[in-house]
Design a binder for this molecule. Structure first.
Ligand SMILES: Nc1ncnc2c1ncn2[C@@H]1O[C@H](COP(=O)(O)OP(=O)(O)OP(=O)(O)O)[C@@H](O)[C@H]1O
Ligand SMILES: [Mg+2]
Ligand SMILES: [Zn+2]
Length: 323
């Protein structure tokens, strides 16, 4: 009852043309409206006794790897707006420039940024058997985002199970093909969505992005603790927007204080991956869907992202060499 009440409420909201039929959502619990095999075809029989769920399904979710994907990292922060998506995209593009096969999964269901940052739009196609979504590709990087599946203007106001089901499909029903590295752009904070990702997918590690303000640093601790609790290693901290470089005279100012995130990382025993300056060009090019690593590959900004990507790759791919 609870489940169908939520589904019906969600249907009242216009969430885009992909939500094709009410029965599909109510009976298959399939918020993306994907055709495909219902997982438990006879699950909803309201007259009979409640279905029995095998023990294994009631316990903690099993962490899974994704077929064909060698390594998965999450780019996260405890706080919103610190530059996770910008960092995730530029790191992914930097890794692609180093001959890695790379994908980006936009896990921000409420505020997807990847379509804009990667200059992609349109509906993903489905695989031949109609089970999985095929990612869209730009700049040689495969991308999947909720932004491809719902209209930009449509507010995504689902709650609870609907969000979780959508997340499941983004996590487990995308045909990535063979990837060396999947970068997950995490939504801000440390709530259910973040926890679900860390519990369901085997992550090689997390990159925590922070600005140098003190308040953001408290969130670094919170964000890091979440990963620790679920045994995901922290690959390191990226400090974003610490140094302002004046576009007119190239004067450099530490507008939020010098090196806060670096010190915090050291205090917490976390690796420091690097600094990215605050510069209008990074923001403008991101808005245009031409991330700086692609559009200004020889700029000092691109170098910052490449150096961070190199450190991440060295850590994550280190285990491959010993095999
Ligand atoms: N180093 C930088 N210099 C200038 N602008 C930046 C920099 N990093 C990020 N920005 C800008 O800051 C804004 C927020 O960045 P972004 O969307 O990457 O943050 P986020 O942490 O992913 O946000 P959210 O929590 O909403 O997902 C964007 O407009 C982006 O272009
Ligand atoms: Mg973001
Ligand atoms: Zn100046």
């Amino acid at each position: 009852m609870f489940r169908s009440a939520i589904a019906v409420r969600a249907l009242r909201v216009d969430i885009g043309k992909r939500f094709l039929s009410t029965s599909r959502i109510v009976f298959h619990e399939n918020p993306l409206g994907l055709p495909g095999k219902p997982r438990q075809p006879a699950a909803i029989d309201r007259k009979g006794p409640p279905p029995t769920i095998p023990r294994a399904q009631r316990g903690l979710p099993q962490k899974r790897s994704l077929p064909g994907v060698k390594h998965i990292i999450a780019v996260a922060s405890g706080k919103g707006g610190v530059g996770k998506s910008t960092t995730a995209v530029n790191i992914a593009l930097a890794a692609a420039s180093m001959k890695k096969r790379v994908g980006i999964l936009d896990a921000d269901i409420f505020g997807p940024s990847i379509p804009t940052l990667m200059n992609l739009k349109g509906e993903p196609e489905l695989t031949e058997h109609g089970d999985n979504l095929i990612p869209l590709t730009n700049y040689g990087v495969k991308c999947m985002s909720m932004g491809f599946l719902v209209d930009k203007e449509a507010p995504v106001v689902w709650r609870g199970l609907m969000v979780m089901k959508a997340l499941q499909q983004l996590l487990h029903q995308v045909e990535w093909g063979n990837l060396d590295l999947l970068v997950i752009d995490m939504p801000p904070g440390t709530g259910d969505v973040q926890l679900t990702i860390t519990q369901q997918v085997i992550l090689d590690g997390a990159v925590v992005v922070s600005t140098p303000q003190d308040i953001a640093l408290i969130d670094v601790v919170r964000g890091t603790n979440m990963f620790k609790k679920v045994d995901v290693p922290i690959l390191g901290v990226v400090q974003n927007m610490s140094l302002f470089i004046c576009p007119n005279c190239n004067h450099e100012t530490h507008i939020f204080g010098d090196g806060g995130a670096m010190r915090k990382a050291q205090d917490m025993g976390l690796p420091f991956l690097g600094d990215i300056p605050l510069h209008a060009e990074i923001c403008d090019l991101s808005d245009q869907g031409k991330p700086v690593v692609i559009s200004r590959p020889d700029s000092p900004f691109a170098d910052c992202y490449k150096s961070i990507a190199t450190k991440i790759i060295d850590k994550v791919f280190a285990s491959d060499k010993t095999q």
